[in-house]
Design a protein around this ligand. Structure first.
Ligand SMILES: [Zn+2]
Length: 185
């Protein structure tokens, strides 16, 4: 029986995830976080679909909040700065402060949408630390419930079904809009 933390930060997971979806990120140019942030900049008529397609919940001058395509739990969010840099030390102090504002907003969003019993907020730097995307620093906000690691263990070897992701996206997007923090058109 694993503890949740062992599952949560297991370095092998992103390699496993890559095998599940080999076309993701490897055949498309650029990094998926940059693409997710850019989705908010397409023309107004197509923006909503573009953001949904990239699971982008919010993107602005500071960076963005993106629903993790391969979540550990429902509502697992990724928070990335606008700058495509590999490390927190690559950001200016102001950019780090803005990134933390987005992290706090993501925490509020997850609390409002899911009322979790706890949260993990963290960052993996480097592949050996479990980072799946070394080129673009990002923080994880992961809502937790007691017993969820057991649940995830049970389903951890099958792909998370797309419908669940879409439902999560809709719920989080609606919640964000209700909080008055949606990306400005
Ligand atoms: Zn990037």
């Amino acid at each position: 029986m694993n503890h949740g933390q062992e599952n949560l930060w297991a370095p092998w997971r992103m390699e496993y995830v890559r095998q599940l979806d080999p076309k993701d990120d490897k055949q498309e140019t650029g990094c998926f976080l940059c693409r997710a942030l850019a989705a908010a900049e397409v023309e107004a008529g197509e923006r909503q679909a573009a953001m949904r397609g990239h699971l982008t919940l919010l993107a602005d001058a500071r960076g963005g909040i993106v629903l993790n395509k391969f979540p550990y739990t429902t509502g697992h969010l990724l928070i990335a700065p606008r700058q495509h840099v590999a490390d927190l030390t690559d950001l200016e102090p102001r950019q780090r402060a803005e990134l933390m504002e987005l992290v706090v907003l993501a925490e509020q969003l997850v609390r409002t949408a899911y009322n979790p019993q706890g949260l993990n907020i963290g960052v993996n730097i480097g592949r050996c630390a479990g980072a799946g995307l070394p080129g673009h620093i990002h923080l994880h906000v992961v809502p937790r419930w007691s017993g969820d690691s057991n649940f995830m263990q049970t389903i951890g070897h099958v792909r998370v079904i797309p419908q669940a992701l879409e439902q999560s996206y809709e719920q989080l997007s609606d919640t964000l809009a209700a909080m008055g923090a949606a990306a400005k058109g």
